[in-house]
Ligand binder design. Sequence first.
Ligand SMILES: O=C[C@H](O)COP(=O)(O)O
Length: 248
Amino acid sequence: MRRKLAAGNWKMNGLGANLAELEKLSGLHGAPDCEILICPPATLISTARVQAGEQIAIGGQDCHENTSGAHTGDISAEMLKDAGASHVILGHSERREDHDESDSDVRQKACAAIEAGLKVVICVGESLEERETNNTLDIIGGQLAGSIPDQVTGENLVVAYEPIWAIGTGKVPTLDQIGEVHDFIRTRLERRFGEGVGRSARILYGGSVKPGNASEIFAVSNVDGALVGGASLKADDFSAIITALEKA
Ligand SMILES: O=C[C@H](O)COP(=O)(O)O
């Protein structure tokens, strides 16, 4: 039985004062029936680790593929771990688009993260044009094959399906469309890694998840939780999503 996961990606939002939302969230979910992960900006990871309490995991939003060296402005997986992170989001579409990250880049980062002892949340997702030209499954299949390294386990791999056109737009695929992609991802994971890893890895949906639509999304087959952007910034909103996941 896979443990459900509610993950919040704060993206480039949050100053020290915003950690009050994390403290509030921690107070609201002292004994959650699912895993909770918050990925704040890197500047807040150390303090967030202290303020989150034991029930909330803290993650990074990206890492470099090397462990150290002359890479001004970058952060290694080991540094994230050292700061208190247990997870890292990799291959988010905003990184793939804004920083030209390829599947191969994502795979190398994932290798470094796993080596450092982090769990990886690897994002995949199609553009609107790719969906409208019926290429969604081809695109997702290619991203899965190229981005996920061989050495993942059922415990350290999380895949997040995030249709690019649904991120921050208020648009959400139909439940059938979400189910089709999640079933496809599960099948691909089982085929490549065997049933052990393939059935244990969590698959999250991300893209305009809100308190109002979370329950119906969590009822879809092979949806093991959500990767939430905007609605993870406010403790009350994210708490409502967590509660929906606990009930699913
Ligand atoms: O990482 C999170 C996703 O990009 C979803 O963002 P959103 O919930 O604001 O649409």
